[in-house]
Design a protein around this ligand. Structure first.
Ligand SMILES: Cc1cc2nc3c(=O)[nH]c(=O)nc-3n(C[C@H](O)[C@H](O)[C@H](O)COP(=O)(O)O)c2cc1C
Length: 167
């Protein structure tokens, strides 16, 4: 392998970054009575243990995040191995149908969670840091739930796969 030193274009960067496998999270809340969410493969845990912080990067062009961020609490669902279609649906442009057929769990605080996820984190926004064409959003975990028997969804090479093959 040889290092390419010329400034990479965004297509080459996307291709390069896509070789890094990640989990996928759904970040959502009910705002003004409407279920709002975005799907993020930039989500990461373990930013900080004290206080407990997780993060994701949101495109500055997002029209949904400015709505979600008005909520006092947001729900983070780590998407499970059965959630590839659910991810595509929640990430679709057709906002009115993003939750068709999805029986989302709404906490008493208005945080939105996807059923059958291995992890749920209820969070408040800790800070938002400008980062180029994205903002890095730091979320402070205020409550959690998990089911270790459910496997996570993996995003790799721009498509969905699974940690344990076809489970
Ligand atoms: C697998 C996958 C991963 C994504 N990861 C991110 C992400 O990390 N950050 C982001 O801003 N959007 C991400 N998106 C796009 C958003 O989920 C969503 O489609 C976009 O925010 C929709 O635009 P809107 O915010 O204007 O409604 C991802 C979409 C998919 C399908």
């Amino acid at each position: 392998m040889a290092l390419q030193k010329q400034l990479p274009d965004s297509a080459l960067l996307r291709q390069t970054f896509s070789l890094f496998p990640s989990g996928v999270a759904c970040i959502g809340a009910v705002v003004d009575g409407v279920q709002e969410a975005i799907v993020a493969s930039s989500f990461t845990v373990g930013v900080s243990l004290e206080p407990p912080l997780v993060s994701f990067a949101v495109q500055n062009s997002s029209t949904t995040w400015p709505v979600i961020r008005r909520a006092p609490f947001v729900g983070v669902s780590i998407m499970g191995s059965s959630h590839s279609d659910t991810c595509r649906q929640i990430a679709s442009r057709d906002k009115a149908r993003r939750f068709d057929g999805i029986d989302a769990h709404i906490s008493s605080t208005g945080a939105l969670f996807v059923p059958d996820s291995p992890v749920w984190l209820e969070c408040s926004i800790y800070s938002e840091v400008p980062a180029g064409d994205h903002h890095v959003v730091l979320l402070e975990v205020t409550a959690l739930g998990f089911n270790p028997e459910l496997n996570p969804l993996v995003f790799h090479r721009s498509s969905f796969s699974r940690v344990h093959g076809d489970d």
